[in-house]
Each structure stands twice: as structure tokens, then as C-alpha cells.
Design a binder for this molecule. Structure first.
Ligand code: RIB
Ligand code: CA
Length: 307
């Protein structure tokens, strides 16, 4: 069981990951960021979901826009108008203490003990290491849902080249992924292998999860002709539960920050000596490209089933 801070743009699959994290890890805090929704809506969603699922964790408000590029619109089509399927009235407000300060304060107070789990754009994480570079050596591990490397045809979900979390803030992603943080990256290459159908969700007998996922499943049925969802964000928690479920490669990482491939994640595929090596000063990181999908799904569904 790890001490974790969950950094999230809380949409539907983020909520599933949060429910799983609350039952398997020690949740020190939830930091919110723009992405699926505005950061204000993310604070509201985190408060509403934690209330409905009896999750006890402090909630913080993070960055509202990317580090450098112009903001892009939330993902209402997939996650619903409010990011949680638009099924519940939300009485909460979107104000909260500063998320980046909380990350810095927590990691400095407990060096080597805190795992960061980033399941939205990496703007909060980049801001934290820019403001307090000393935390890079003090984070126990950071598990990130993001990126795509084209194995089994999984090269992007928001453009043909890029995955949503990275595409939303490619400059922040490049700063984080090229840093010396101890990173485990969970890209579409593995997250698209772990799909759960509407039947399995309904069998959980978790009315809140069933309600918030209805619009996501409808969208998936219309777009992919499959009534189900990829457990993108949940796989970061699956890594913490049992890393043996994953097969990783090691490589330094960079992110393309402009042009038609903006948001594309790059791993080093050649050791060709070159004077123009964009990977030259980057730390070798772990990238999960294989997963035991059945084992991950089984543990997730068993853990979340019932009251
Ligand atoms: O590409 C999948 C990611 O984008 C997930 O984090 C999902 O919540 C969306 O934010
Ligand atoms: Ca997310």
C-alpha cells in the first residue's frame, strides 16, 4: 500500500481510478487540473464523487490552463457536460487550496515516501518541479497515464499522433517526461488492452459508477460499436497493486510540442551517435507496453464489486 497523491482532471475513467485507489492505497490528497473538464469543475467533481463514494481525502485546486499553448475545450462529448456523465446535481463550489503547493509541501515533508499518480495533463507536475526542483529526487515514484507509441496500432486518441493528457499540455509533458523524476508511463498501448463492458460495470452493483459511466458507454457504442470503456487511468493504480502484471521497456522520453504531431511521445529507438540527440540529457524511464489484461481486470472488478 503506497502513500499517494492523485493528480486528476476527474472525468469518468478518473473516477473509476479514484474509487480503486481509495480501496487499495493510502490516499493523502487529490490535486485537480484542467483537462476533461475545467479545473473548477474538477474540484466540484472530486468533492461530489468523494461524498457519494465515502472517500475521505483533502482536495486541492491546480492549474487552469497549459504552460505555454492556448487552452483547448474540455472533453464533454466523452465524459458528459460536467465530466461525470451529467447525472448528479453538484452542490459544491470549485474553490480549494493550491494543488502545486500541496504537492511540493508533501514531498518535501516526506522524502522518498510519496508516490505521485498523474492521470490528467501534466501541468501541475511540471509547475511543481519548476518551482521546487529539489522534489525530483524526493518523489518515491510517479506513475503517469499518458502517451502512445503505436504498438498494436495504438498511436493516439485525440489526433492520429497523440494521446489526450499529453496533447492537452505538450510543454508540461516534455518537461516532466524528460526530467529525472522516477517515472512509470502507462500509455494507450496498454490501456487500450484493458476494456470493460457495460455488463461488467452493472455487475459491480455500484450505482454511482454505473450512473456516471452511462454517457461514456453510449458514446463508445456509437463511436466504436462497443458498449464499454478502456480503463485508462485505473492502470496507474494497477501498477501499484502489482507491477508484475506489466511488461516495460526502458528509454529516455521526449514530447513533440508543435506541428501536426504536437503531443506525440517519443522513445529512443536508435543508439546512433548524433550531435543532435534530443535524448542526450534525459533519464531512462519505464514505459509499460505489455499487460496481463485479464489479471488487471479481475482484480479491479473484484475490488470494486458490492457495497
Ligand atoms: O487518453 C486517456 C486520458 O484522457 C484519460 O486520463 C482520460 O481521463 C482522459 O483524460
Ligand atoms: Ca484523466
Amino acid at each position: 500500500m503506497r502513500n499517494i497523491i492523485l493528480d486528476t482532471d476527474i472525468g469518468v475513467d478518473d473516477a473509476f481510478a479514484l474509487a480503486y485507489a481509495a480501496r487499495t492505497q493510502r490516499l493523502l490528497g487529490i490535486t485537480t487540473v484542467f483537462g476533461n473538464v475545467t479545473v473548477e469543475q474538477a474540484v466540484k467533481n472530486a468533492r461530489l464523487f468523494c461524498q457519494k463514494m465515502q472517500i475521505d481525502a483533502p482536495i486541492f485546486r491546480g492549474c487552469s490552463r497549459p504552460l505555454a499553448q492556448a487552452p483547448t475545450s474540455p472533453a464533454a462529448l466523452v465524459h458528459g457536460s460536467d465530466g461525470l456523465g451529467g447525472v448528479f446535481a453538484n452542490p459544491f463550489n470549485g474553490e480549494a487550496d493550491n494543488a502545486v503547493d500541496f504537492i511540493i509541501r508533501s514531498v518535501n515533508a516526506h522524502p522518498g515516501e510519496i508516490t505521485l499518480v498523474a492521470i490528467g495533463p501534466l501541468t501541475n507536475i511540471a509547475s511543481a518541479i519548476n518551482q521546487a526542483p529539489e522534489i525530483i529526487a524526493r518523489v518515491k515514484e510517479i506513475v503517469i497515464m499518458g502517451g502512445a507509441f503505436g504498438t498494436q496500432g495504438h498511436a493516439g486518441n485525440v489526433t492520429p499522433f497523440s494521446e489526450f493528457n499529453i496533447w492537452k499540455d505538450p510543454h508540461a509533458a516534455d518537461q516532466v517526461l524528460s526530467s529525472a523524476l522516477p517515472i512509470v508511463l502507462m500509455p494507450l498501448d496498454v490501456t487500450h488492452q484493458v476494456l470493460i463492458g457495460g455488463e461488467a460495470i452493472r455487475a459491480l452493483q455500484q450505482p454511482v459508477l454505473e450512473a456516471i459511466s452511462r454517457s461514456y458507454l453510449d458514446y463508445s457504442l456509437k463511436k466504436e460499436r462497443f458498449e464499454g470503456m478502456a480503463l485508462h487511468d485505473t492502470l496507474t493504480i494497477s501498477w501499484l497493486v502489482n507491477p508484475a502484471w506489466f511488461g516495460c521497456v526502458r528509454s529516455p522520453l521526449r514530447v513533440i510540442t508543435e506541428g501536426i504531431a504536437s503531443g506525440q511521445t517519443q522513445r529512443q529507438l536508435t543508439n546512433l551517435a548524433s550531435r543532435h540527440n534530443a535524448f542526450a540529457d534525459c533519464t531512462e524511464q519505464r514505459i509499460c507496453l505489455e499487460v496481463d489484461a485479464e489479471a488487471v481486470k479481475h482484480h479491479f472488478l473484484t475490488t470494486l464489486r458490492g457495497a
